[in-house]
Ligand binder design. Structure first.
Ligand code: FMN
Length: 367
């Protein structure tokens, strides 16, 4: 019996297996952030991969929360309708369940698309003002982020809530808040970026308070029977920064507010971070946070070997594994993993000839 290919229950949702396609920014939206046919093709492909859960990339909740010109957005009716078309089409043909990640990119926004170098776009060239916990630019930049006052925080919270309501109407099964990688919500958590001396800064309790407030408001707006999770950096990989112990404390608070799982990622606060990279390099964080808080975890980061993924799930290091680059490189990874682990994965009937030797060599192939 394979643990990786066993179902998992999150509130009223059952996932067929514990393989997740991680959120992966495509930068292929139209100029206003509207999902394009690329999203339909790409998420359609991932929906047929055999992964139990497929993430739509991080979608910005307001204009200042955009990363780059062709990032995905979810704050207008047009954004909502375009994503609904994508997800409805995926569901029509494939059994995968769907998740969306919501983000506000914070002080790392207003840059060109990745293939144009992710370079800062100044306002006179169409750039937009960025927002962060404190008016401290991301290293290497000179533009000072807007540090929101109470009204500004209310507006940001409201934009997350409205995007969550749109995601619910689209019919997403899972909602995830992006609280990692140096983006807006994470800029509150990390002492590297949060220099506030009001109630939203200071000790860990103060620094967690705005992300927890947003989580609570979104959880209340998101249907009660549908699961909701959070992606958090588990360390800044930098002395004096956020640690896995801090992330475990955050996980306990989130769990008490109804968070169903946590995805521990890492880094993103400073380019001076020293990441220890290697296979499953963030899986120990998933294990430590799971053990220390009791929350379910989704391990992510260079988990590209089926037996390693099985080991992580079967030894209670995590409850799910997410693959990003591995699934982009091989969208049939779950089919291949199922062969290795002697498990089965749902195939669309149209593809069964590819799966079953008895069909592959039958006279039907001559048609
Ligand atoms: C091109 C690209 C786009 C990404 N976009 C997102 C994103 O939208 N949200 C997010 O939380 N992580 C994003 N990530 C991080 C991945 O989800 C994943 O955590 C990371 O690539 C490590 O997993 P992997 O080794 O399986 O790729 C992105 C990574 C890449 C390479």
């Amino acid at each position: 019996m394979s643990y990786l290919f066993s179902p998992i229950q999150l509130r009223s949702l059952t996932l067929d297996n514990r393989i997740v396609y991680s959120p992966m920014g495509q930068y292929m939206a139209e100029d206003d952030g509207t999902a394009s046919d690329w999203h339909l093709i790409h998420l359609g492909m991932m929906s047929l991969s055999g992964a139990g859960l497929v993430f739509t990339e991080a979608a910005a909740v307001e204009p200042r929360g955009m990363h780059a010109p062709h990032g995905l957005a979810l704050w207008t009716d047009r954004h909502e309708a375009a994503l609904k078309r994508v997800i409805d089409s995926c569901r029509r043909y494939a059994p995968a369940k769907h998740a969306i990640q919501l983000w506000h990119v914070g002080r790392k926004g207003s840059v060109t698309d990745p293939w144009d170098g992710a370079k800062f776009i100044p306002p006179e060239q169409g750039g937009w003002p960025v927002v962060a916990a404190s008016p401290v630019p991301f290293q290497g930049r000179t533009d000072i982020p807007v540090s929101p006052d109470e009204d500004g925080l209310d507006a940001i919270e409201a934009s997350f809530v409205q995007a969550a309501q749109r995601a619910a109407r689209i019919g997403y099964d899972v909602l995830e808040l992006h609280c990692a990688h140096g983006y807006l919500l994470y800029s509150f958590l990390s002492p590297i970026s949060n220099k506030r001396n009001d109630r939203w800064g200071g000790d860990i309790g103060g620094r967690m308070s705005f992300p927890l407030r947003v989580f609570k408001a979104v959880r209340e707006a998101w249907p009660e029977d549908r699961p909701m999770g959070v992606r958090v950096s588990a360390t800044d990989w930098f002395p004096g920064g956020w640690t896995v112990e801090d992330a475990t404390t955050f996980a306990r608070e989130l769990k008490a507010l109804g968070c169903d799982y946590l995805t521990p990622s890492s880094g993103g606060s400073t380019p001076e971070q020293k990441i220890k990279m290697g296979p499953g390099y963030q899986a120990d964080f998933a294990a430590a946070i799971r053990a220390g808080s009791g929350i379910a975890t989704m391990a992510v980061g260079l988990i590209n070997d089926a037996r390693f993924a099985e080991y992580l799930v079967s030894t209670d290091k995590c409850d799910m594994v997410a693959l990003g680059r591995g699934l982009v490189e091989n969208p049939r990874w779950p089919w291949d993993a199922a062969k290795v682990l002697e498990a089965s994965v749902p195939h669309p009937k149209q593809y069964m000839r590819g799966e079953k030797p008895v069909w592959r060599y039958s006279s039907a192939t001559k048609r």
